[in-house]
Design a protein around this ligand. Structure first.
Ligand SMILES: C[S@@+](CC[C@H](N)C(=O)[O-])C[C@H]1O[C@@H](n2cnc3c(N)ncnc32)[C@H](O)[C@@H]1O
Length: 319
């Protein structure tokens, strides 16, 4: 095991460049634990409730890859949770002159340094840095979340990210994984940058109507969800079907269902839409498998979240 030197008590955080996960040598779990143990020994400032990760600045080539993987758009708001000297936020702002950003760090000295760096680099009008615990950061209005934090801290942050960040928010990490949440993209081009897309919440009951069989036919669906992995089932009249090829990325949801319906026989129904709170808006393409002469039809699809479902109701009671 490599020995990592913990800065002497009371000194300003150094600018040592530990190998990041993109370098040939990456921090092992034992290294992480050593750092965690060391950091716990540091004196806390008045407002520091915890200090899980020491300051080590991400190497610029990793910062550049993180910014690239974030695929910045003009209206993006970028936050770095544990912003150190501000390099990630400032690099993002330089990459796109319309993007705004801010950072939080538990170490006030680093917050002052990041603020000075923003000023020196002419970015103070678009960048702000706050002395704050990552758990107290308001991430409800950001679109990109950057971080280089230990997996243990990321694990603790996971519920906050999923509950408070808007669906579609890109979460970008230098090297470290988020335990229990598979990344949507991994850049292994000489190292590792991981990207997660915060998924919309689809868990629960949803209802909609479609005129596939002529008149309006009610669909009673139920989704089960674990982070971005979703499964679904549905009742249409007295038939029940399973959703296949379910894909949830941010607010984009798509799935298919093969189901036999009265009057039209076997159908394949391909749904795609955007989940926004308690509504899904999109379209469904219906293919009629039992009648090759019938052309596929596309209908608008509008689903609403429901508190109860008829999915479990015994069949045969209604026509
Ligand atoms: C490994 S450094 C990364 C700095 C910067 N994001 C970068 O990649 O260059 C981790 C930073 O997180 C900060 N930090 C650790 N625990 C924190 C917490 N609970 N709240 C806010 N900041 C924290 C540390 O002070 C440190 O600056």
């Amino acid at each position: 095991m490599r020995i990592l030197r913990i800065p002497p008590l009371g000194t300003r955080p150094g600018h040592r460049q530990l190998p990041d996960a993109g370098s040939p040598v990456s921090l092992s779990r034992r290294d992480c634990l050593a750092l965690l143990a060391g950091s716990a020994l540091l004196p806390s400032t008045a407002s520091a409730q915890e200090r899980f990760s020491l300051f080590v600045g991400s190497p610029q080539f990793t910062v550049d890859r993180m910014v690239k993987m974030a695929q910045l758009r003009d209206d993006d708001v970028v936050v770095d949770l544990g912003s150190g000297d501000g390099r990630i936020v400032l690099s993002a702002l330089k990459a796109n002159p319309k993007v705004r950003g801010w950072g939080v760090d538990i170490n006030p000295t680093l917050v002052a340094e990041a603020t000075a760096n923003a000023k020196a680099q002419g970015l103070a009008d678009r960048a702000e840095f706050f002395h704050r615990n990552v758990f107290d950061a308001d991430i409800s209005k950001v679109t990109v979340i950057m971080m280089w934090l230990f997996p243990e801290l990321m694990r603790l942050l996971r519920p906050k990210l999923l509950a408070e960040a808007r669906p579609g928010t890109r979460v970008v990490s230098n090297g470290f994984e988020m335990p229990g949440w598979e990344p949507d993209f991994t850049d292994t081009d000489g190292g590792r940058v991981l990207v997660w897309i915060v998924p919309a919440r689809v868990q629960g009951f949803w209802n909609w109507e479609l005129p596939v069989t002529g008149g309006a036919q009610r669909y009673e669906a139920m989704f089960e969800q674990r982070i971005q992995m979703a499964e679904g089932i549905c009742r249409v009249g007295n038939r029940r079907g399973v959703f296949t090829e379910v894909r949830l990325r941010g607010e984009d949801l798509s799935f298919a269902m093969d189901i036999t319906l009265d009057k039209v026989g076997l159908t394949r129904q391909e749904f795609s839409g955007k989940v926004r709170g308690d509504r899904i808006d999109g379209s469904v393409r219906v293919l009629f498998r039992d009648d090759p002469d019938l052309k596929a039809v596309t209908y608008p699809w509008q689903a609403e979240r429901a508190r109860t479902t008829a999915f479990f109701r015994p069949t045969g009671l209604d026509k």
